[in-house]
Design a protein around this ligand. Structure first.
Ligand SMILES: Cc1ncc(C[n+]2csc(CCOP(=O)(O)OP(=O)(O)O)c2C)c(N)n1
Ligand SMILES: [Mg+2]
Length: 319
């Protein structure tokens, strides 16, 4: 599937929206309004946007904290993200959980959780149920380089392979897991080597090139949907900030960040669109204006929502 001109503009819009949501979250964080940390997807937006955009409505996604872009594409609004991060009354969990820990099964979005690797076995369950019900559904598990070292990742990947489940694993290799660089995390060069060990076909793509990511996901989803089993996509990228906003990432070599800053996914895509004459300066300005007024309104809405009343805390938690 080659995206049309309108779809390319939509991809561009979502990349920028993902970035603007992040920036606004940092503003709220600095104003002391965020409960907990802010986990940025700076520099990794093309992975969330490119993969989610290639899916169909009936597919399921299991995003993680750096996949705000996935949630935006699945129909959540910036206000949902802001409200949740600020633990406000009108947020998706009414202030009961923080950051991106919310989902909606009707939208095919499994709520992100902290336990790394655990959503892969859940995706296996979704794919297994889909096969039993003869529904052409693909379940997509997002995971970081560090998360692929867990026991649940191993169990999930192995089960998906043996059962030939319609699962796609999006493995974001951003070079770091907290302060641990990938080479101290695993003795392999690429996360595709993990896939080989399970008998899962895999591809490694430039995670900062949104169209490359999109094409890889389209292929992987078609593979899974046709009953040929799981697929793993390694997206090579770089975590451009610390683990979260409180971490200044002083352990990351400055030269490495400089190298990747030149490969910013939004800049790369703008360059492509300009070179191929696929977006005029006027079209770009109109997208930017739309983004600014949207973010302003969404942020104002979220900021005017109150904190939940204390007596609400345990109410819908227990059956
Ligand atoms: C099973 C498990 N072990 C440890 C942690 C603590 N922890 C949270 S994030 C993180 C690093 C994750 O690195 P990676 O998977 O590469 O994702 P990234 O932060 O780079 O997106 C760790 C160790 C956890 N949440 N779950
Ligand atoms: Mg990582």
């Amino acid at each position: 599937m080659n995206p049309s001109r309108a779809q390319l503009h939509e991809l561009y819009y979502f990349l920028r929206l993902n970035r603007r949501v992040d920036e606004q979250l940092v503003n709220f964080y600095r104003q002391g309004k965020v409960v907990g940390g802010v986990y940025s997807s700076l520099g990794q937006e093309a992975i969330s946007v490119g993969t989610a955009y290639a899916l169909e409505a009936q597919d399921f996604v299991a995003p993680l904290i750096r996949n705000v872009g996935v949630m935006l594409i699945r129909g959540f609004r910036p206000r949902d993200v802001f409200l949740q991060y600020m633990a406000r009354k009108d947020g998706p969990t009414g202030g009961r959980d923080a950051n991106t820990h919310f989902g909606d099964l009707a939208r095919g979005v499994l709520a992100p959780i902290s336990m790394l690797g655990e959503t892969l076995p859940v995706c296996c369950g979704i794919a297994l149920a889909a096969r039993m019900r003869r529904e052409p559904r693909v379940a997509v598990a997002y995971i970081g380089d560090g998360g692929t070292s867990t026991g649940s990742f191993h169990e999930g990947a192995n089960f998906a392979a043996v059962q030939k489940l319609a699962v796609v694993i999006v493995a974001e290799n951003n070079g770091w897991a907290y302060s641990t660089p990938t080479e101290k995390q695993m003795a392999i060069r690429s996360l595709t080597e993990r896939a080989q060990g399970y008998g899962i076909p895999a591809a490694s793509v430039d995670g900062n090139a949104v169209l490359a990511v999109h094409a890889a996901m389209a292929k992987a989803a078609a593979h899974a949907r046709s009953g040929r089993g799981p697929f793993l996509i390694e997206c090579r990228t770089m975590r451009m900030k610390g683990h979260a906003e409180h971490d200044d990432a002083r352990y990351v070599p400055k030269a490495l960040l400089e190298k990747w800053r030149k490969r910013d996914p939004i800049l790369l895509f703008e360059k492509f669109l300009r070179a191929k004459k696929l977006m005029t300066p006027k079209e770009k300005t109109s997208i930017e204006e739309r983004l600014e007024s949207e973010i302003r309104a969404e942020a104002a809405f979220a900021d005017s929502s109150p904190l939940p009343p204390g007596e609400d805390a345990a109410r819908p938690v227990w059956a």
